[in-house]
Design a protein around this ligand. Sequence first.
Ligand SMILES: [Zn+2]
Length: 354
Amino acid sequence: MEDDPADLLVQALAEPVATPVERDWSFRRNDHEGGFNRYGWNDYDQQLLEACWDDEATELAEGLISNYGAMWPWPMPRAVAARHPRLSQAVLDLAIRRLIGQRHTYADHPDAVSELALMYGSFDRLRRDHDWPDPVTLECRVCAARFSEAVISPWMIRQYGPPRYCASCCVRARNGLGYEDDGALLRAIRILAAAIDGIPSQNIHQTISIAGLDPERRDRAMVGLIVGPHPALPLLQRAGIVGEAWRPARGTYCFAADGHPCRSLAERVVDDWLASRSIAHTLEPTYPGSNKRADWLLADGTFIEYAGMMGDADYRARMEEKRRLAGAAGVRLVILLPEDLVDLSRVLGPLVSA
Ligand SMILES: [Zn+2]
């Protein structure tokens, strides 16, 4: 280790943190409710959902189970939207026609109803013939507190990967402490830059997903995020991460192993995955009949997008438009989510070995 961050943490962990209210976010196989408000989701809803279900949907859920254990239904709606558009559209149609989920508080919001359907419907479907472990107790790799992985909420999993850090430390990483001590800040930003092997962006605390890094790098990135320098350009320059003349051209944030410019850590994880398997790829292909661009183009004509903000309605609408463009042109489009970074082989492997 070039710089042991333990002493930085001692100081950071002594600061008070607004601990999130603890609740159980897990879906236990034997718990009928799954611990949540089902908004009256019932057998009739379930039958209609299962009429649209297929093996592909089961496989999707199995992949999530292997990475997220008892939390798997949370990423399911986004995974279906990205990976299984037929099912996504079929469920949305049922919601628009108000045939399912009509005891939901927002029964007239098809988005909300179809999200509910894909969470509870998938949960009820899978637990009939699948099993997964109940949440276990872990030791936080930052502060050493013991915690149940069930209290790690969906946004924490999206940003920091499968449960490894307690909820308090996730909140610390999200907020950043912002030390007064200049030396501590400079050290922290160097640790963060080294862990992500890139240039921390201004809004890194809100946008980064470190889920695709190996555990030790994740641990160091967490320290950098918790100590919390807000990486304005002068700080990056003083830390020696960028030169005086550096400008974030086109949002370039770092370079992948093959020299491709990337706008985020997530993009670099994907690019490196492709390069390390000698899969030829070029950047920013244009959708036929449009000036919109995807992130990558593979040699067989497949487009790949990394969609980091599907929680944002405008962003999601732009992604749907791209899907429509691809569909109209007969282009195969793969949309990757933060949840996929931890296991790209599952999503991209079948595609590139075919
Ligand atoms: Zn902790």
